[in-house]
Design a protein around this ligand. Structure first.
Ligand code: ACM
Ligand code: ZN
Length: 595
């Protein structure tokens, strides 16, 4: 056994050495990697032998329609690009298929994401009921290949894949990642890079946070000032104290064409993009553009500091609803997603308490303090329910942050639990669908390690890959409510994340841990197996040119980032300001302060 292992290692080393450098077809050696697929499939049986993918013919079950030919087309194009060799593509009935890569329509498990993958002398047979299952199979197959498969510069390379029988299906249908493009803007190209690695890990929802106090990032044709004014702030808070302003104007937004392009790019990779228009709070950028939408009428400015702002939309004003419906109408045209996220978090009620129009609305609706909620909290429910009805009339469903549970929420809404697990448990018990995104386990804006002084500044606290891996999403949920926990999401807020490199550093490799939480059946996670497989993921990150956190491999800090030199006293002060305590407190009429 030991001998075989040494022999295998020696062969693999020789193969690796031989495969270095530029190869041409016919002048190659196969590089084989240990099975390192993340998330680990439900059932894997590896066989003896390999099938060569390069130049293989493709056969697509006609019953799969365009979904089959699309998936086969992009996979065969990638193999051809890498090797310079092209197999032929045939569409027909499975009974007519020859040796090659065969896509067959069939039930593979309880979810549309399920797939069967059989690799033997006859080739690769993928069985799935629809596109998402087919894509998941291709993502598994790709991770079974050497990392050079993912390198855009690889040429003249041939690939083979080990015989195997794999059956796979996810635990949760909603497997999400949020990127906050409001606080910092990331180009459509960078968003696509993030989508590439999400797809690799079978993440199927990209929650795109597009509007914030600090910036409105989506072009809305009917309200041009949202981007002319709302996408620009005059400066940015760069550390944990409010006067740490950089005095540099900051701006950025996505045109509708760019958004369509990103949505299509994501769809090709099996990812649905869910936009978030955060309302009625977190709206300073919209108020700066259209001050008549606020309770006081302004003047307002696009926020330059972090934390929760007291100025929110005036919901006693019918114009606000006209605005929201107009904005959402354009949003619906851009995003085919069934779910639209309408935010609802962190909406202080101080302006509504003083506003004659909001108070008139409260009287008109007969709202009053009851059941531990204020009349103003019921007013927020009125807004949520009214927007939910509007979206339902267009065939869409809402997701909102857990605060939308305060008051009287109409059935049909889905809750995202972020301040802990309790709101998600409570929502599920009440019959609402819930997505778990508790800060302690799922906020990837936190430091990657406890060595704060060696990492670029982040929001605070620490969430290592290993900690994230331990999260059990249904803990505390009653058995009969478990079906309401539809998924898990990691959130990447970007107060301090002002570069593409830093964004990627916060995503990777935590995204790998996340996807196992989202995908694996209860009890199927195994840190040692995952940790070993992570080496192959790291090789893929290198091949794709991502910046990633190497803490799991014993290296602290972001590559290329150096802390400024500090005296011991400065360092002590700096560590205190970074460590927290990360309490949020509210001062009447002022921002919520991060202490
Ligand atoms: C949130 O983190 N404010 C949802
Ligand atoms: Zn008002």
């Amino acid at each position: 056994m030991k001998k075989a292992t040494i022999l295998t290692a020696a062969i693999s080393l020789l193969a690796t050495l031989a495969s270095c450098g530029n190869k041409t077809p016919g002048d190659y050696a196969f590089e084989d990697v240990p099975f390192s697929v993340i998330p680990y499939p439900q059932s894997v049986t590896l066989g003896e032998g390999f099938f060569e993918l390069t130049g293989a013919d493709f056969y697509v079950d006609e019953a799969l329609g365009a979904e089959g030919t699309d998936v086969a087309g992009s996979f065969s194009a990638r193999l051809a690009e890498l090797s310079g060799m092209n197999g032929k593509m045939t569409t027909g009935a499975p009974s007519s298929f020859g040796r090659g890569i065969r896509l067959v329509k069939g039930e593979a498990g309880p979810s549309p994401d399920a797939y069967l993958l059989k690799i033997d002398e006859d080739g690769v047979t993928v069985t799935a009921s629809c596109k998402s299952g087919l894509l998941n199979a291709v993502h598994t197959l790709a991770q079974m290949l050497p990392a050079s498969y993912f390198n855009p510069d690889t040429r003249g390379t041939r690939y083979r894949v080990q015989f195997a029988e794999i059956q796979d299906s996810p635990r949760f249908s909603y497997r999400g990642v949020l990127i906050d493009a409001g606080r910092h803007f990331f180009s459509a190209e960078e968003i696509k890079r993030c989508l590439d690695v999400m797809a690799l890990y079978k993440v199927n929802r990209f929650h795109w946070h597009l509007t914030e106090d600090q910036g409105w990032r989506i072009e809305i044709k009917k309200y041009p000032r949202l981007t002319e004014v709302g996408s620009v702030r005059k400066e940015t808070q760069v550390a944990h104290w409010r006067d740490s302003l950089d005095h540099q104007p900051y701006s950025g937004y996505y045109t509708q064409d760019e958004i369509r392009d990103v949505v299509a790019y994501a769809a090709e990779r099996g990812i649905t993009v869910i936009p978030e228009i955060d309302l009625p709070g977190h709206m300073m950028s919209a108020l700066a553009a259209y001050p008549e939408l606020g309770c006081t009428g302004g003047p307002y400015e696009v926020a330059t500091t972090w934390g929760v702002k007291p100025d929110v939309l005036c919901v006693g004003n019918e114009k606000t609803f006209e605005f929201l419906e107009d904005v959402l109408t354009e949003v619906l045209d851009l995003f085919p997603s069934e779910y639209i996220n309408i935010g609802g978090d962190e909406c202080p009620k101080v302006r509504w308490e003083e506003c004659p129009r909001c108070q008139a609305r409260i009287r008109e609706l007969g709202l009053r303090d009851r059941n531990g909620h204020t009349a103003e909290q019921y007013l927020q429910s009125y807004v949520t329910n009214r927007i939910q009805k509007f979206l339902a009339s267009k065939g869409r469903k809402i997701i909102g942050w857990e605060e939308i549970l305060e008051g009287d929420l109409d059935a049909g809404a889905t809750i995202m639990s972020w301040r802990g697990i309790e709101p998600g448990i409570r929502a599920a018990a009440k019959g609402f669908d819930a997505i778990m995104a508790p800060g302690y386990y799922m906020y990837i804006d936190r430091y990657n390690s406890e060595e704060w002084d060696r990492e670029p500044v982040s929001i605070g606290a620490c969430l290592t890959t290993e900690m994230m891996y331990t999260y059990e999403p249904c803990e505390g949920v009653a058995e009969d409510a478990e079906s309401h926990i539809i998924g898990v999401q990691a959130n990447l807020w970007t107060e301090f994340i002002g570069s593409d490199e830093y964004l990627e550093y916060m995503l990777l490799p935590r995204l790998a841990a996340l996807c196992e939480v989202q995908w694996e059946a209860p009890g199927a996670r195994d840190w040692d197996r995952f940790r070993a497989a992570l080496d192959h993921s790291a090789a893929i990150y290198e091949a794709m040119g991502y910046t990633y956190c190497k803490y799991t491999w014993g290296t602290v800090g972001m590559p290329g980032y150096e802390q400024p030199a500090r005296t011991p006293e400065e360092l002590e002060e700096f560590l205190q300001t970074r460590k927290g305590p990360w309490e949020m407190s509210y001062e009447e009429g002022k921002d919520l302060i991060i202490k």
